[in-house]
Ligand binder design. Structure first.
Ligand SMILES: [Zn+2]
Ligand SMILES: [Zn+2]
Length: 410
């Protein structure tokens, strides 16, 4: 399954200049007024533009759009797939069951209270959609499924325009859709009303020192190189994220960001490095002081293809990188944080499943395992540039730069 990316028509919140954003963009740098804005909303709501004649009364029908990776722990290992789907967010037989290709060929815009038309209220909660997604994709998996996680998902609502003229018409193609509704079908009697949502943004300025925050367009964490701090989107405002760089003196270095997480684990013994060695069945003789050594989960803090996600997470968690980090931005290049911390936290059990060995014997225990995160650190790990690859010999990691670029759209 290929992953698609939406394009969104946008106006600078500061000066109103028109711009086009990609779905994954968070940091907007206005070409005209030079002001940086940061998009803060959790679940974005978009509207597809209509092509109906002026006199039509438009009905906007809501869809859930979901993109992300689905990992499933089954008896012969961890299976994964890239999911890119849309579902009705309001159950009705008279509207198309999914967005189809509409959202990929047209530029969308953010929903706003200025939008005219009748917007149906979504009545299917997102939890039901995740259930449907699992049902659909689990059919081909061996049973039982011991654990499943969605990672790196983008969840949004897309409203598509329709009108009724005897039949329901798609107001983009001006074509009748689906089955004939009953004669008294009145979509304006369905729960709905005016659009009320508006995209949220904040000025991309350091909450501590007021300096302009830096990042790439799809950065989820922004940097202040004035007071050496990193900020990521909280519910209402930007929140600080502690970070370190593992310094490397060599030239030709790119730093990749990872989340290092400490957590309380119950249901299985995992509180020290000694426990990790046992659980991962590592060929090492356990030293006395390992029972006192804390253990950390590691996860990529950037979007990456599912097999790379698993490999990066496993190699770093098994290596438990030590060394003194520096809380200061280096001169070398560093790669943006494009995976939310919340996603890495959701993936903790997957991270555990990913290194435990033998999986066949240990996977059935996953159901009883509970993991409570308690401490996070963003760690930038140095990778060497060699041709088109980034390599990290200490942790036996390498990645192709083109694959990394491609994964930004996931
Ligand atoms: Zn502007
Ligand atoms: Zn600052």
């Amino acid at each position: 399954m290929k992953s698609s990316s939406l394009l969104i028509e946008f106006q600078c919140p500061q000066c109103g200049a028109p711009a086009t954003l990609e779905e994954t963009d968070r940091l907007f740098n206005c070409e005209f007024c030079r002001v940086n804005s940061y998009l803060l909303s959790r679940v974005y709501r978009y509207v597809l533009p209509d092509k109906a004649s002026e006199n039509r009364e438009l009905i906007y029908f809501p869809y859930w759009r979901f993109k992300g990776l689905l990992f499933s722990c089954v008896s012969d290992g961890i299976k994964h797939r890239i999911i890119d789907v849309s579902y009705q967010a309001f159950q009705s037989p008279y509207f198309p069951v999914s967005l189809g290709l509409r959202s990929q060929t047209l530029k969308l815009r953010f929903l706003s209270p200025e939008d005219e038309g009748y917007f149906l209220n979504p009545d299917i909660p997102f939890e039901e959609i995740t259930h449907s997604i699992k049902e659909r994709f689990n059919a081909s998996l061996p049973k039982p499924i011991f654990h499943q996680d969605f990672i790196g998902e983008t969840l949004s609502q897309v409203y598509a325009p329709f009108y009724v003229d005897g039949k329901v018409y798609d107001a983009i193609l001006n074509k009748a859709v689906s089955q004939q509704p009953p004669e008294d079908f009145n979509p304006f009697a369905l729960p709905g009303g005016a659009a009320e949502w508006r995209v949220r943004f904040v000025p991309a300025q350091c909450p501590r020192c007021g300096w302009d925050l830096k990042g790439q367009t799809d950065s989820l964490a922004l940097n202040c190189d004035h007071c050496n701090s990193v900020w990521y989107p909280g519910k209402e405002a930007l929140k600080e994220l502690p970070f370190v760089f593992l310094p490397e003196e060599t030239d030709q270095i790119t730093y990749l960001p990872f989340y290092r997480m400490q957590a309380d684990v119950s249901g299985i013994d995992l509180s020290s490095y000694a426990d990790l060695v046992k659980l991962a069945n590592l060929p090492k003789v356990i030293q006395d002081d390992w029972t006192e050594m804390p253990f950390h989960f590691w996860s990529p803090a950037f979007k990456v293809r599912p097999d790379d996600f698993l490999r990066f997470s496993r190699n770093l968690t098994l290596s438990q990188p030590q060394g003194k980090g520096v809380s200061e931005f280096p001169k070398a290049q560093y790669y943006p944080v494009t995976l939310p911390l919340a996603e890495a936290i959701e993936g903790l059990k997957l991270c555990l499943a990913n290194f435990m060995k033998p999986q066949r014997r240990l996977f059935p225990k996953l159901q009883e395992v509970k993991i409570r995160p308690k401490d996070f650190l963003l760690v930038f790990v140095p990778f060497r540039e060699s041709g088109n690859e980034l390599t990290q010999p200490d942790y036996r990691l390498r990645i192709d730069k083109n694959l990394l670029r491609y994964a930004r759209q996931l």
